[in-house]
Design a protein around this ligand. Structure first.
Ligand code: CA
Length: 706
């Protein structure tokens, strides 16, 4: 076994609990979760812990532990697993502090568990109201908690920020961070630093303005709020962003203000930079999607699809860099931001690296936001030819804005890379991410006037257009290059790929053992944890996990043993990805691995039953109307063409498919609202329920008839 000086020091530390003042008390008697700024800033000195979302304030997702190596990884076996109590999507990055794991699950529930055994210490359920699930696209997920100053912070899907006592899981304070009448949800993890807790929100496909708020970590008192897009110029928000909105942002928007336009939701990445006492916010796409509707077809529309830096204490604007000016293609810039000290052209630079959906790899000077370099990290990008280094702006293709005719562009709306965590190894100098090349979307302008309907994802174009409007065949160009998905190692200094290893993986972790770990989905139900050599991408290990893993694994140590830990369970955007074989949904769980582990992971989930047979026949015109209603209303959760994931129900297998009255009560009256199936009465035309049932019944018949 190979130990560096660092890991020997760590192991000695764990054995003796005598490494400096902080370890003066034995871990068992220490007040739990005493994580402070000094400790996070020196996170590299205690690699046995994973103190914050990105591992440390640089958000590199790099573990200094090196006990597990390419040479001994064959001995990496399950150490324990712990079941959650929900089958919905899991996207959390766990936090580990002094032998305790803190993790959130779907529906914003929180668990604390013994990091050595997986024994549950406490659970907290914030009782998120079911109907809030319909306010966003991608399931009731949570990307994690923050742990700071003895408390655990969870941002709930319905917009609350709750501080829990880390010892007991009991709430200490609660504050509502959003207007609950608005279309806001929170899936992101709170971030901490400088005595404050920072949180954004999501809902960029449903209308509204993104913003980030900061709260005093001890009291929950709001310190500041910063809006990403402008409101009514006649009515300032009374927020930290007011001055910059008036001077810089408003002039980049055209057309009359209204309550729904905006977007720029900060639904994922926020990084606190202790070095400059600065907060970086990664912002989402504009709403409605086409700039033509949003802003008379002109203007950059600050600060959508951008990185915005503010003073962490006051929220005062410092700088921004907009990656996709006038964004119209769902190119969220919300992926992980990674900070590092890089040597570029012989100069040491305080860099910020970013890999947004638009397919370019950006290196910024994070002190002043100046663009250092930007190159495509996947081939085949068609929305822009390059980033002009003189202006710092992309050179956008002439036809990209689909103002009068459809256009097929790459990347598509799913992006060249999504939100799945990235990792940077200071040892290899490479940034690791899941990348998807040659994926496209077809953007088809709507002919009719745009009408905002609160509660509906009215985007301003034909959505799911890449699959064709219902009556048309799929629009993918048969001559287009095949979609390629791979784990990509990128050199930010040379702006070139170091290696690619094919696969459809999720979030990644890099370790000092020379490894990159990645969660992997075989389909929405089943997955693997995989490991690759950090230097050349050779796969050196994999292990089945009963669930798919879409988020990033972490590493920690207890009693001198290194663990790899991941939250497993699909969902998120995957709630509309149909598996080849339908299975019954299974609960999500934590899965932990260590060298010589001897635990048994649960079995794969059983196969789902057959589709329901409906004897009643329906007129073709009713089925056709039902199909269009289904595409517009139901597909975003139950799958395009009724090809469901099963994480949210496959309606062809619903027992109520044969029971018109019960079906109607669910669709119109919301009898399953507690699970997120809201009452659609008023949002869809009368008698829609029966037409949708006719369509689903015919789809079931087609599937059952070979
Ligand atoms: Ca989006």
């Amino acid at each position: 076994m190979r130990y560096s000086t660092l890991s020997l020091a760590v192991i000695a530390c764990l054995a003796l609990t005598a490494c400096g003042k902080r370890d003066a008390a034995p871990a068992s008697t220490r007040t739990p979760a005493q994580v402070d700024d000094a400790r996070i800033a020196n996170a590299a000195s205690e690699p046995q812990n994973w103190l914050v979302h990105g591992g440390d304030y640089q958000a590199q997702r790099f573990s200094g532990l090196d006990q597990i190596t390419p040479e001994n990884i064959g001995e990496l076996k399950p150490a324990w697993s712990m079941d959650f109590d929900t089958t919905r999507g899991q996207e959390a990055t766990p936090i580990v502090v002094d032998g305790v794991v803190y993790v959130s699950t779907a529906w914003s529930k929180v668990y604390a568990a013994d990091a050595k055994t997986g024994r549950q210490l406490w659970q907290f359920d914030p009782q998120v109201p079911g109907p809030v699930a319909a306010k966003n696209c991608c399931d009731v997920v949570s990307r994690g908690v923050a742990v700071y100053l003895g408390k655990v912070y969870i941002a709930t899907y319905d917009g609350r920020l709750i501080a829990l006592d880390a010892a007991t899981g009991q709430p200490v304070w609660t504050t509502q961070t959003v207007d609950t009448e608005g279309m806001y949800t929170i899936s992101g993890a709170p971030r901490v630093g400088g005595g404050l807790v920072y949180i954004g929100n999501g809902g960029g496909e449903f209308g509204g303005r993104g913003y980030v708020s900061a709260y005093d970590a001890q009291t929950g008192q709001m310190a500041w709020r910063f809006y990403i897009t402008p409101g009514d110029p006649a009515k300032p928000d009374g927020a930290a962003s007011d001055a910059i909105m008036a001077s810089l942002v408003q002039p980049t928007w055209f057309g009359p203000h209204n309550d729904y336009r905006g977007g720029g939701m900060v639904w994922n990445a926020i990084v606190y930079d202790a070095e400059f006492d600065q907060l970086y916010m990664a912002t989402g796409n504009g709403y409605p999607w086409p700039r033509l509707i949003r802003s008379e077809g002109k203007g950059d529309n600050l600060f959508i699809s951008a990185i915005v830096a503010v003073d962490a204490k006051t929220g005062a604007y410092r700088w921004h860099y907009q990656e996709t000016p006038g964004e119209s293609w769902d190119y969220d810039s919300t992926g992980d931001m990674v900070l590092a000290d890089l040597t570029l052209n012989g100069q040491p630079r305080k860099a910020l690296m970013h890999t947004p959906k638009n397919g370019f790899f950006y290196v910024l000077d994070r002190q002043d936001g100046k663009l250092i370099s930007a190159e495509p990290y996947v081939p085949g990008i068609t929305w822009a030819t390059r980033v002009d280094m003189a202006t710092g702006r992309p050179v956008i293709a002439d036809n990209a804005y689909y103002t009068d005719k459809p256009v097929t562009l790459s990347p598509g709306e799913s992006g060249a890379h999504g939100w799945q965590p990235t990792a940077f190894s200071p040892n290899t100098g490479l940034l690791y991410l899941q990348a998807n090349a040659h994926a496209t979307s077809r953007f088809i302008p709507r002919r009719e006037e745009f009408e905002y309907v609160k509660g509906m994802d009215k985007l301003g174009l034909h959505h799911f257009a890449q699959h064709g409007p219902y009556e048309e065949p799929p629009q993918r160009d048969p001559n287009a290059p095949a979609v390629e998905s791979y784990l990509l190692a990128w050199n930010p200094v040379t702006q070139q790929a170091a290696w690619k290893t094919p696969g459809s993986g999720g979030g990644v972790l890099a370790t000092a053992g020379g490894l990159v770990f990645q969660g992997y989905s075989r389909d929405v139900y089943m997955g693997e944890l995989r490991a690759y050599r950090a230097d050349n991408g050779a796969e050196v290990w994999k292990h089945d996990t009963p669930n798919a893993i879409i988020t990033g694994p972490i590493s920690y140590a207890v009693d001198g043993e290194q663990y790899i830990l991941a939250a497993s369970g699909a969902g998120g955007g995957g709630i509309i990805s149909a598996p080849k074989v339908m299975r019954l949904p299974q609960v999500g769980r934590l899965v932990a691995f260590k060298l010589g582990g001897s635990a048994q992971l649960p079995a794969d989930p059983p196969l789902a039953g057959p589709v329901v047979q409906v004897t009643q026949r329906f007129p073709a015109d009713v089925v056709a109307q039902g199909a269009q209603l289904y595409l517009d209303t139901c597909a975003r959760c139950h799958g395009i063409g009724t090809r469901a994931s099963g994480i949210l129900p496959d309606l062809k297998r619903s027992a109520t498919l044969n029971d018109a009255a019960t079906w109607r009560a669910i669709v119109e009256d919301g009898t399953l609202a507690s699970r997120g199936m809201i009452a659609w009465k008023g949002l869809i035309p009368d008698n829609s329920a029966e037409m949708i049932r006719a369509y689903v019944a015919e789809q079931a018949r087609a599937e059952a008839t070979p």
